[in-house]
Design a protein around this ligand. Structure first.
Ligand code: NAI
Ligand code: NA
Length: 399
């Protein structure tokens, strides 16, 4: 079929398999251009492997370090004339390219929060890899069913305490307007958000993997967090999602204790703000990202998810002397270029000036929009969108 983008708000309802393949190939080329990661990971489990930072982690491990990878994600193949999701096509593309390069790559599609998917993953590791030496935890989800209690939690994106008013952009129309987001009405919203995006599920994974004996000596595990500038604090770091990130970060010492006898270690990496399916759902943040992109591109310090993950592996997690640089709170910082003083000062200056009228000139809204469509396999150079494409492509290991 001929596939066109079809959007509803910050969601794109369609995805393009050929475009996904091109996007994955572009990421692979970037990783290869940086050369091999010395002492990199060899057997890697990526939880949340189909889009965003997780997909790029998988690509960096496979093509930067010749790693065998197992990817876990929650995506849909095409069915009855409906196309599959972007993450499905990304994973089909990744496996195709990995297999062509002689790399082991298998995937598991299902709810990573469930005990069943954890068990399936453990069985696959046992059967094919024996053990893994890196576990990347990169889930982003609006809801989680607790595997022990069956309680279904929904996260919310809200400030805590006071209403928050700031500028936001509709990146389709380019209209900048004020938005007021009311604070949570009760502590339950905070607790629910922590239950979905906090550290408990990461801990459950590591506990189960360890109990099954599938973690190698010296294993590393990493999960992703965000801090960002003060202007987004009310909706992000000091909001409900920030409380979940605090909980995720507080899980690090718990996992370090658990992994001690394996000489294993856990990390949270604070990543840069980037266009992904998850970040486009947060008010205010897309406008910040479009200003940030403009400033960082002008300075030559702009990175996408693949540049971030390649740098995380090569310069942080797998350094030549084995040392991992951490901030005063014990976190890896690859948001360092985003948070550089000169970058933030310029973004703040533009933030005050940005209106519907000035948006095109002072922000990289076009770059934002393009990257958003790229996430779904659209607007990639070298893809013929007029050509009939097979929406029924399979993820080879899933079928
Ligand atoms: P994303 O939406 O691109 O990726 C989410 C992944 O989780 C996908 O592979 C999806 O299939 C998987 N997933 C979701 N629910 C699942 C379930 N129930 N079972 C199995 N898989 C499931 O998100 P993104 O942005 O890459 O986020 C990953 C992590 O990075 C999150 O912790 C996020 O907070 C963090 N982060 C994101 C930043 C951003 O600007 N996008 C910045 C810094 C950190
Ligand atoms: Na991800």
């Amino acid at each position: 079929m001929i596939i066109q983008p079809r959007t509803r708000g910050f969601i794109c309802l369609t995805a393009h398999p050929d475009g996904a393949l091109q996007a994955v190939k572009n990421q692979i080329e970037y990783v290869k251009s940086k050369g091999k990661i010395k002492n990199g990971p060899k057997k890697v489990l990526v939880i949340g492997a189909s889009t965003g930072f997780g997909l790029s982690s998988r690509i960096a491990a496979a093509f930067g370090s010749d790693a065998a990878t197992i990817g876990v994600f929650f995506e849909k193949p095409a069915s009855e004339g409906k196309m599959g999701t972007a993450g499905w096509y990304n994973s089909a593309a990744f496996e195709k390219e990995a297999h062509a390069a002689g790399l082991y790559a298998k995937s598991i599609n299902g709810d990573a929060f469930s005990d069943d998917i954890k068990k399936q993953t453990i069985d696959l590791i046992k059967k094919d890899l024996g053990q893994v030496d890196l576990v990347v935890y990169s889930l982003a989800s609006p809801r989680r069913t607790h595997p022990k209690t069956g309680v279904a939690y929904a996260s919310v994106l809200k400030p805590i305490g006071q209403p928050f008013t700031n500028k936001t952009v509709d990146f389709h129309t380019g209209v900048v307007s004020d938005i007021t987001i009311n604070p949570v009405e009760n502590d339950e919203d905070i607790a629910n958000t922590i239950a979905v995006m906090g550290g408990e599920d990461w801990k459950f994974w590591i506990e189960d993997l360890k109990a099954a004996g599938v973690l190698a000596a010296g294993v590393k595990t990493v999960a992703y967090s965000y801090i960002g500038p003060e202007l987004t604090f009310p909706i992000y770091r000091n909001g409900t999602i920030g409380q979940a990130k605090n909980d995720l970060e507080a899980t690090v010492p718990v996992l370090n204790e658990l992994l001690k006898d394996l000489h294993g270690v856990s990390y949270v990496s604070v990543n840069k703000a980037l266009v992904t399916q998850s970040s486009s759902a947060i008010p205010v943040v897309p406008l910040y990202i479009s200003l940030l992109y403009k400033v960082m591109k002008a300075k030559g310090t702009h990175e996408g998810t693949i540049e971030q993950m390649q740098r995380l592996f090569a310069d942080r997690l797998y350094t030549e002397n084995g040392e991992v640089a951490l901030d005063s709170e014990g976190r890896i910082r690859i948001d360092d270029w985003e948070m550089a003083e000169d970058v933030q000062a310029e973004v703040a200056k533009y933030w005050d000036k940005v209106t519907t009228e000035t948006l095109a000139e002072i922000s990289d809204i076009d770059g934002y929009r393009k990257e958003f469509f790229n996430l779904f396999g659209f607007e990639l150079e070298g893809v013929d969108y007029e050509k009939d494409t097979d929406e029924n492509v399979k993820v080879p290991s899933i079928g």
